[in-house]
Write a protein that binds this ligand. Sequence first.
Ligand SMILES: C[S@@+](CC[C@H](N)C(=O)[O-])C[C@H]1O[C@@H](n2cnc3c(N)ncnc32)[C@H](O)[C@@H]1O
Length: 642
Amino acid sequence: MRRATGVDFTHYRQTTILRRIQRRMVVHKIDKLEDYAKFLQSKPPETKALYQDMLINVTSFFRGPRVFEALKATVFPAIQRNLARERGIRVWTPGCASGEETYSVAMALLEFLGDRASQTPIQFFGTDVSESSVARARNGVYPENIQVDVSAERLRRFFNKAEGGYRVSKTIRDMCIFAQHNVLNDPPFSRMDLICCRNLLIYLEPVLQGKVISVFHYALRPSGFLVLGSSEGLGGTTGLFAVEDRTHKIFSKKAGATHQAVAFSLNSQAERREYGPMPMPARHPDANWNYAEAQKEFDRRLLTQYTPATVFVNEDMEIIHTRGNVNRYLKLAPGKPSLSLLKMAREGLLVELRNAIAKAKKENVVVGKRNLQVKNGNGDGAAATHSTRLVNIDVIPVSLSSVKELYFMVIFQEAPQEPSRETAVRRTRATEETGAASRRTAKLEEELAATKEYLQSVIETQEATNEELQSANEEILSSNEELQSTNEEMETAKEELQSANEELTTVNDELRNRNVEITQINNDLINLLSSIDIAVIMIGSDLTIRRFTPKAQKFLGLIPGDLGRPLSNINPSIEIADLQEMVQQVVSDFRTHERELTDRMGVHYQFKILPYRTMENKIDGAVITIVDIAPDKPGIEPKSSN
Ligand SMILES: C[S@@+](CC[C@H](N)C(=O)[O-])C[C@H]1O[C@@H](n2cnc3c(N)ncnc32)[C@H](O)[C@@H]1O
């Protein structure tokens, strides 16, 4: 599949992939996977069909309508506030399928902006890995049944009537740029105010979900928003985004957060190394003296060596930057690596640190804590692990002008040691008194942490189940749509059959009537022929006998079995010279031949050969008549009766 389409499905959700393959196997009546693999290799068009099946492209206008209301309530007003700074709005809908989602967001934003829309440069980027979907999106033509999802008011305002349905108006189409783009390894768009990517992550395994979320973090402006599908979440990458609206899965970018290095490929799709290491550009030493560079380096040295140990944390207490030697106060906790300040704080700091940050956050003031007893650890180097020392901490709230999130600067400093023996005794006593309390607190905290972890795992399991259900649901929807279209095809075929059937019934009726008429004519003819006292023989154009009267039987010695036999086979009782040649002559020159015959008894007969004319005036044989012209004379005795 990767070779044929350039898309790597390795970390797409296994269950979905298997179900899609099984669907193709059913279509081709193949039972075993190996057989299907062989079939796939031998039939290149099947690869395309499977590819299209894998990219489930179910979508509709204003899918999940409440999300669009939420966008109008929370996201669009914020984007509008930023307009003065950003000079234009940019929205990206990755995995837009046939474009309905991109157009829906565009319509919702235009509705929100009203008259202001005309003064605002707005760009909507709709991308999808499927080229055929992108082509449909660009065309912007949709069937009549979009009326189910698009109100009459919107249809009137944003669509034009087109053959077989509606076309998105040119004003909106001009604002939308559609492109084929693989969100997993094509370079992302940038400076976006809003990314709306719904129902794509559900098809990916967590490893790819994380990668895509990082890409989105990179692609957004500092104040940008991300909207995901109803069953999708941020997975393990919660540090990059803050939750704005949990119900509608709206997130805002955390400006200070650092996203993982995202590998984009500018190579052709076939050459991509999807999960290989990302080559970093080598920085060549600059031979020229660069004052600004040097100053930065001096500042860095100064800050590293002479500033107190300081950490900068965000509202979630995640460390985003450090200065000085923080090892004395923080350590990496066992288990999954985490940058949470509370998980990293050395024993003795945790409770006071949390209280101080909570107070600083609540009251937006500087909070200091003095003489906290901190256990020495291996980060301290020389000190024994069981000894303690006194530490002062200061928590200073920091608000940056560009972002609304609050940050905190936490400064750790060694408290001056109190030299007097009395103080030492007092401290020992105090230590003993608080020892029992802090042991209990530590135990409670441990329990709390374990409960939290358990709760988190339950939530994750729940989310995974939800995602699985949602992707299964989408597959069902897509199968449903296929069934619907098959049904429609069958309906059309049925209608065609019905009309053909009706036509046949009328033809049948006509034929039946004609048959009755023909039977009637036939009867008349038989009666006529048997009642006339003239010998009549009808000859076909191939000179075979077609019909004759009873009188002709007598003259020419015919029996019923002679019907269909060549004229040359008969043996007439009257001498008729050159009979066959005469008939041939009449058939070819359409002229009647007439002569008188006399039998051995001297009886005269009128002998005629006429061309046989059809209704269309075509010659189809000849008619021979023999009439007794002296009926009062005694009749001749036919040869056969001798
Ligand atoms: C179920 S549709 C979602 C459409 C729309 N976002 C919605 O929610 O109505 C999923 C879309 O994701 C696209 N897709 C799958 N993998 C992709 C990738 N790696 N890059 C871009 N689009 C992808 C598929 O082609 C498909 O059109």
